[in-house]
Design a protein around this ligand. Structure first.
Ligand SMILES: O=C(O)c1ccccc1NCC(=O)[C@H](O)[C@H](O)COP(=O)(O)O
Length: 252
């Protein structure tokens, strides 16, 4: 059976191929947001107490339905009011029920830095991220060869976007030059088994560069865990399902 990451990456290549034809990069460059300055997620994390990046996602491969009817504008505003440091928007339609329009709508109602959380495989998607209002993009270490990671990170920086570089193992830090990384995301979820181990993420900390910001991602289900992760050395956390479900049940 194909691993989920491989399946998603294959799908992404097909989507990008189609999109390049329907909306060329020149058209993306004409979007109003393309020429606006970006907001720094890195500075927001440095200047915050807990560095909470709240995630918007309607569904996921590990959990299926989370909050299928979620309204991105309502939730982005709620996240901002609750004191989030930044917002991560899953823009992948097939696997997470999101879209680039979600990014655009979130941008229209809140002032927080926005991360386009998607599976980036091509420079086209970096242009898209900028055109639809992202301030930062995600690059997943084990999704791409080193050369491609570098190419996407350089373009992101040229466009004023920051890079959240996601790793699952400490050694992956060496795959991309530190100068191209704005934040390191340590993903606690094994993308093959979907098992979550916060301890595995914590164990990576001593092996990561001290001068880079480190974000613990996935499987965080309560506030005391957020505090514990920060006390133990992370600069921030990325929380999706827990916050989405809190919002869903507070509405019903
Ligand atoms: O969330 C998944 O099931 C998933 C499966 C395969 C690839 C990526 C996946 N999630 C993306 C993420 O990194 C998470 O949405 C993010 O870290 C937040 O996780 P959580 O707080 O557990 O919702």
């Amino acid at each position: 059976m194909k691993r989920i990451l491989e399946e998603i990456i294959e799908y992404q290549y097909a989507v990008v191929k189609h999109k390049k034809l329907s909306m060329p990069v020149e058209v993306l460059k004409a979007f109003p947001e393309f020429s606006r300055p970006t907001r720094s997620l890195k500075s927001a994390v440095v200047n915050s107490e807990l560095g909470i990046i709240s995630e918007f996602k309607r569904r996921s491969p590990s959990k299926e339905a989370i909050h299928l009817k979620a309204d991105v504008m309502e939730i982005a505003q709620a996240y901002e009011q609750m004191g989030a440091t930044g917002i991560s928007i899953l823009t992948n339609q097939r696997y997470f029920g999101g879209s680039l329009e979600d990014l655009q709508l979130a941008k229209s109602v809140c002032d927080l830095p926005l991360l386009r959380k998607d599976f980036m495989v091509d420079v086209y998607q970096v242009y898209e991220a900028k055109a639809y209002g992202a301030d930062a993009i995600l690059l997943i270490a084990n999704a791409l060869p080193a050369q491609k990671l570098e190419e996407l990170a350089i373009l992101a920086h040229n466009l004023g976007l920051e890079v959240l570089y996601e790793i699952h193992e400490a050694e992956e830090i060496h795959k991309l030059s530190e100068s191209l990384i704005d934040l390191i995301g340590v993903n606690n979820r094994n993308l093959q088994t979907f098992e979550v181990s916060l301890q595995q993420g914590l164990d990576m900390l001593p092996h990561l560069p001290t001068d880079l910001l480190k974000i613990s991602e996935s499987g965080i289900q309560d506030e005391s865990t957020i505090k514990r992760l920060i006390e133990q050395g992370f600069n921030g956390v990325l929380v999706g399902e827990f916050f989405m479900k809190q919002h869903k049940y507070s509405k019903s």
